[in-house]
Design a protein around this ligand. Structure first.
Ligand SMILES: Nc1ncnc2c1ncn2[C@@H]1O[C@H](COP(=O)(O)OP(=O)(O)OP(=O)(O)O)[C@@H](O)[C@H]1O
Ligand SMILES: [Mg+2]
Length: 247
C-alpha cells in the first residue's frame, strides 16, 4: 500500500473563462521531496493555493491522509499540518528573526498570541527558536531587524518559519526565487539536509535543482498533469521534453 499524505482527485480550476487546469490526480508520498514544474502560467502557484486553502477549486477534491479537506479554511489546514511559504517575501520587516520564530512557535504550541513584550517570557520557545536559527545558519542574524538581512537569509527565514510548525506537508513556492544560482543551490542543499524526513513539495524553475533534490517530479503543462515520476523518468519522458524541456 502506498503511503500517500496528500492527494487531489479530478482537481480543476478556472478563473472566469480562463481554464488553468483540469482533471489533476496528484499524489504525494509521506517523507518524499517532490517538485512541481511547468512553464510560466501553468498553474503551479494556483495548485499550491488550492491545496493550502487560499483558493477553492472549481472541480475535484483535496485529500489529506484520506480526509477530504476541500472545504476547510486555510487556517484549519495549517492546524492539520499543511503549511506553506510564498513565491514572494512575506516576512515582518521590523521584527528580528528570533522574534518571528518565537511567535510562530507560540502559535504552534497554541499559546495565546503574546505581545512582543511578553515574548521574552516564552523561554522554551526562545531556546527552540535559537536552536532552529542556528541549524539553518541564521544565528548571526537572529537579533537584527529582518529588513537588514541579506535577501538569501530572508528566504531561508521563511522556510524556518514554516518548518517550525512541524508540518505534515511543507509546500515551498519557489523558495530560491530572486537568489543567484549558487545561492539557490546552497539553500536547497541546506533544505535537503535539515528537513530530511519532512514531506516537502516545492515549485522550482531551475532544472538542475529539481533533478538534483527532488525524489519525484510532477509536470503541469497545457492545462493538465502531463507526467509524474522520478527525475530519470521525467528527463526521459517524450511529452515533457517536447512541451517543457524544449528538446
Ligand atoms: N487570482 C487570479 N485571478 C485570475 N487569474 C489568475 C489568478 N491567479 C492566477 N491566475 C492565472 O492563472 C494562470 C496560472 O497562474 P499561476 O500563478 O498558478 O502560474 P504558475 O505556474 O505559478 O506560473 P509562474 O511560473 O509564473 O509562477 C495564469 O494564467 C494566471 O494569470
Ligand atoms: Mg507561480
Amino acid at each position: 500500500m502506498s503511503d500517500t499524505v496528500l492527494a487531489t482527485r479530478g482537481l480543476g480550476m478556472s478563473f472566469g473563462g480562463l481554464r488553468v487546469f483540469a482533471g489533476i490526480d496528484f499524489a504525494l508520498a509521506r517523507g518524499e521531496r517532490h517538485a512541481v514544474i511547468g512553464p510560466n502560467g501553468a498553474g503551479k502557484s494556483t495548485f499550491v493555493a488550492i491545496v493550502t486553502g487560499l483558493l477553492r477549486p472549481t472541480a475535484g477534491a483535496v485529500l489529506l491522509d484520506g480526509h477530504d479537506v476541500t472545504r476547510s479554511s486555510a487556517g484549519e489546514r495549517v492546524a492539520a499540518g499543511i503549511v506553506r511559504t510564498f513565491q514572494i517575501n512575506t516576512l515582518f520587516p521590523s521584527l528580528t528573526p528570533l522574534e518571528s520564530v518565537v511567535l510562530a512557535l507560540c502559535q504552534r504550541d497554541k499559546q495565546a498570541r503574546p505581545s512582543l513584550r511578553a515574548l521574552r517570557r516564552c523561554t522554551a520557545q526562545i531556546d527552540e527558536a535559537a536552536d532552529l536559527l542556528e541549524r539553518f545558519g541564521l544565528a548571526d542574524d537572529a537579533q537584527l531587524p529582518t529588513q537588514e538581512l541579506a535577501y538569501g537569509q530572508q528566504r531561508l527565514l521563511e522556510v524556518v518559519l514554516a518548518y517550525a510548525l512541524r508540518p505534515r506537508v511543507l509546500l515551498l513556492d519557489e523558495p530560491a526565487a530572486g537568489l543567484s544560482t549558487t545561492q539557490g543551490h546552497a539553500l536547497f542543499e541546506r533544505l535537503a539536509q535539515l528537513t530530511e524526513g519532512t514531506t516537502l513539495l516545492f515549485i522550482e524553475h531551475d532544472m538542475n535543482i529539481v533533478f538534483r533534490y527532488a525524489q519525484r517530479v510532477t509536470v503541469l503543462a497545457g492545462g493538465s498533469l502531463l507526467a509524474q515520476g522520478t527525475p530519470d523518468e521525467i528527463r526521459a519522458h517524450a511529452g515533457v521534453r517536447k512541451a517543457y524541456l524544449g528538446n
